[in-house]
Ligand binder design. Structure first.
Ligand code: SF4
Length: 283
């Protein structure tokens, strides 16, 4: 039977990103969440797996950088300074350059031998446009609200399951409604089940943490690609359904840690950007 290090059992948790990965490819889930904690890895090179885990896929890079610099700007906002558009653009371009200089060891597709000559120029252009959109369309929507917190790791217990989350920005509007904001840098899409689950988990946590009725919490997806805002509202029944889904899925995810029970799910959609392609037989 596969045994894992104590750290895993003490810190094992559910998150909407783990849920998404679980449904995309269970083998990738195993490499990402189980392999690094094997008590006896045998011939498996756990050091290499941990290194691969740190690779960023191309599709996630722009979002990662924009979230990092937004976090920095919100830290300053919390200290009473207005977010600075020019500083953000400068920070963004510096970080893109840093990744371009190290792409073969930091970006999954480049590591996997599929470099893309135009990628960094593309994200330079789209990222700067998104920063402009943030300042013209999205920030004005919440900047008058009372700041509550941002980018903090939080957790909520769902029965005995630890659920981890990190909300981008929380504020309170003049009417006392708590506004949970999630910044999305990908393409705007109609309501997707994973987005709804993510926002539902945030509301589940916020209703406990702030002792608020879910009707007094509004969660919003803010799309930096278009400037659109998608609001979500959840009832007690919606949150009960999310509660049940988390407990069921977490039990299934942890019913075994045997490698063979986590099958590959090869697909041209998600293998090319998989950090573990190099060690996955069919990647
Ligand atoms: S390369 Fe494809 S099949 Fe293999 S682990 Fe990654 S996503 Fe799964």
């Amino acid at each position: 039977m596969t045994k894992l290090k104590d750290w895993f059992y003490n810190n094992n948790s559910w998150s909407h990103t783990k849920y998404e990965l679980w449904h995309r490819c269970k083998r990738k889930f195993w490499y990402q969440n189980i392999a690094p904690y094997l008590l006896d890895p045998g011939n498996l090179d756990v050091g290499k797996i941990s290194m691969l885990k740190s690779l960023t896929p191309k599709y996630a890079l722009q979002g990662r950088i924009i979230h990092e610099i937004l976090e920095d700007q919100m830290n300053k906002h919390n200290l009473g300074r207005e977010p600075d558009q020019e500083a953000m653009i400068s920070q963004y371009l510096k970080k893109v350059q840093m990744y371009e200089n190290t792409s073969r060891t930091t970006i999954a597709e480049f590591y996997n031998g599929a470099p893309d000559e135009t990628f960094f120029d593309q994200i330079r252009e789209t990222g700067v446009t998104q920063i402009h959109t943030f300042f013209s369309d999205l920030w004005p929507h919440i900047k008058g609200n009372i700041y509550i917190r941002h980018e903090t790791f939080d957790k909520v217990l769902v029965d005995s399951t630890k659920v981890l989350l990190k909300v981008d920005y929380i504020s309170q509007d003049p009417g006392g409604i708590l506004i949970i904001t999630d910044w999305k840098t990908g393409a705007e899409m109609e309501d997707s089940p994973i987005n709804r689950l993510q926002m539902g988990v945030y509301v589940l946590w916020a209703s406990e943490y702030f002792q608020k009725d879910p009707r007094d919490i509004r969660s919003e997806l803010n799309f930096l690609s278009t400037g659109s805002i998608h609001p979500y509202l959840f009832t007690e029944t919606d949150l009960d359904d999310i509660w049940a889904l988390i407990t069921d899925e977490f039990r299934i995810m942890n019913s075994t840690y045997e490698y063979e029970k986590f099958p590959r799910n090869p697909s041209s959609n998600h293998c090319i950007d998989c950090a573990f392609k190099a060690i996955c037989d069919q990647g």
